[in-house]
Design a protein around this ligand. Structure first.
Ligand code: HEM
Length: 404
């Protein structure tokens, strides 16, 4: 008996087949090449849960200082991204993170609940109205693409009248042209406009403080040290880059997988107490931030494979989250599973500062959705984004089912 030769294992985060469905690639990487080297694109990739977790937790070997995305555009021309503490190592990173955390507290995020409900209600009511008129909605355009940026604006203290314009700028900042890695000019222009807006807002708050994050960042102080102007601006900008698209994708991914696994979404429709698990299992099963980059500071050996110093290494979060050694039947979407080991918000010193906010937003939004409809159907025309690390939908047309 002859067995057919399997196709050679080639993994690239720029491959459209990977964007469509990365999980068969991850599965082969874990089995055949857990410490994978792509010589052509000059990067390594770790796909086993333990290796990803350990690399996150060893910043002295796996540094963030050369950027956290393989995409050169993500840190090349964007001064403000380069300066953000996401792409720094300790002690500089730790100092800024501590100062920022003085303002960005769990208490402040918890206090946002009402604001999140209000913003969510506004956009979701419009969706329900459309459904009553027998119309379909685009879940991304009409809801999930609007909520997270407005919530970030609310947190920062951006007046309601300016939020639509800031959303437009934020969308433009994240916009990529199909198949191109370089940032389009419009994206850089929008980034500068966004920064200019924040600059004015900070100047206003310096004159008169209010009850918002921006004022808290101005006043944050540890041992007489404060954030300077650029540090405040780079953090405000980082929140848009790190917290907007990721949360949008989380919401649409939850609806998508709930539709693919109707028994699972039925659990939530029957019992809203399952909503937090809907959020957590979606994050594990198909997280919006699929991978981050590190650069080796020294030679290191993993599973007998030597990685030299100064190498780019991708930590495949999306793969670690499906590793069968940690998650039984990891390729199955199951709201009853224990997700506590999930890597979706990272690990170690750069653990997501917005995890609490993302979870709160996910819960408020999915609770409002699941308690106001009896079901939903995803219509043809769903479109995935093509991105080297963000996973989710650009468009998700659907029909909502309402009780009479
Ligand atoms: C860091 C994921 C939402 C702010 C991270 C990291 C991951 C992540 C994986 C670690 C990056 C690294 O180690 O290089 C996510 C996901 C989200 C989400 C999946 C939503 C589903 C948010 C939100 C905010 C936010 C809503 C704030 C508005 C940040 C910040 C960091 C970060 C500031 C940098 C922390 C540091 O470098 O110390 N996020 N995030 N994220 N995230 Fe999130």
């Amino acid at each position: 008996m002859t067995t057919a030769n399997p196709a050679p294992l080639i993994f690239s985060p720029y491959d459209y087949d990977v964007h469509e469905d990365p999980y068969p690639f991850y599965s082969r990487l874990r089995a055949e090449a857990p410490v994978y080297h792509n010589a052509e694109l000059d990067f390594w990739a770790l796909s086993k849960y333990d290796d990803v977790r350990e690399a996150f937790r060893a910043p002295d070997v796996f540094s963030s200082a050369m950027g956290v995305s393989l995409d050169p555009a993500a840190y090349g021309p964007h001064a403000y991204k380069t300066m953000s503490f996401l792409a720094m190592d300790d002690p500089r990173h730790a100092r800024l993170r501590r100062l920022v955390s003085k303002g960005f507290t769990s208490r402040r995020v918890d206090a946002l609940r009402e604001g999140i409900e209000k913003i969510s209600r506004q956009y979701w009511d419009e969706c329900l109205e459309r459904a009553r008129d027998g119309e379909a909605i685009d879940f991304v355009d009409d809801y999930a693409g609007k909520l997270p940026m407005d919530v970030i604006s609310d947190l920062m203290g951006v007046p309601e009248a300016d939020r639509t314009e800031l959303r437009r700028l934020a969308d433009q900042v994240m916009h990529r042209e199909e198949g191109k890695q370089d940032l389009p000019k419009e994206s850089m222009v929008a980034a500068l406009d966004l920064i200019a807006y924040y600059q004015d807002m900070v100047a206003e708050r310096r004159k008169e403080r209010t009850e918002d994050l921006t004022s808290a960042l101005i006043d944050a102080e540890i041992d007489g040290e404060k954030l300077d102007e650029d540090e405040i601006l780079s953090f405000l900008f980082l929140m848009v880059v790190a917290g907007n698209e990721t949360t949008t994708k989380l919401l649409a991914n939850a609806l998508y997988w709930g539709h693919e696994y109707p028994q699972q979404s039925q659990l939530v429709l029957d019992d809203p107490a399952m909503v937090p698990q809907w959020v957590e299992e979606t994050l594990r099963f198909d997280t919006s931030s699929q991978m981050v980059l590190r650069t080796t500071t020294t030679e290191t050996t993993i599973r007998g494979v030597k990685i030299p110093a100064d190498q780019k290494v991708l930590l495949l979060i999306g793969s670690g989250n499906r590793d069968e050694e940690i998650f039984d039947d990891g390729d199955v979407y199951d709201l009853h599973r224990d997700t506590s080991a999930s890597l979706s918000f990272g690990q170690g010193p750069h653990f997501c500062l917005g995890a609490h906010l993302a979870r709160l937003e996910g819960r408020v939004a999915l609770d409002m959705i699941s308690t106001s409809i009896t079901g939903y159907e995803i219509l043809p025309g769903a479109e995935r984004v093509h991105s080297s690390n963000v996973r989710g939908f650009a468009h998700l047309p659907m029909r909502l089912e309402l009780s009479n």
